[in-house]
Design a protein around this ligand. Structure first.
Ligand SMILES: [Zn+2]
Length: 96
């Protein structure tokens, strides 16, 4: 295969060595957070990777099923998905 795209199986980062931004909700994942899922791959010749915070992890596979494996704007699509499917879990602590 040439010029191909691939998707690596998600890895678990046992402890993040630096801060990352969650690709799904946009929150910062502080340095030293345990068990963060990292996804990575190659898309049209570009390497990419993304991290997801603990809050988002349980919903990611469901999200991609709902979304159809493609997203132009991950954060807003994820927010829409959560509001439609997990409203109570998602919109509880909006007082910050
Ligand atoms: Zn998140």
């Amino acid at each position: 295969m040439s010029g191909s795209s691939f998707y690596n199986a998600p890895e678990v980062v046992k402890k993040t060595r630096k801060a990352h931004v969650c690709a799904y909700c946009g929150k910062t994942i502080p340095k030293g957070t345990p068990y963060i899922i990292k996804e990575s791959g190659l898309w049209m010749g570009d390497f990419w990777k993304r991290y997801s915070c603990r809050d988002c992890q349980p919903y990611i596979s469901e999200f991609w099923g709902w979304q159809g494996c493609e997203s132009e704007s991950l954060e807003s699509d994820f927010d829409e998905f959560m509001r439609e499917n997990h409203y109570e879990e998602w919109v509880t602590d909006d007082d910050d």
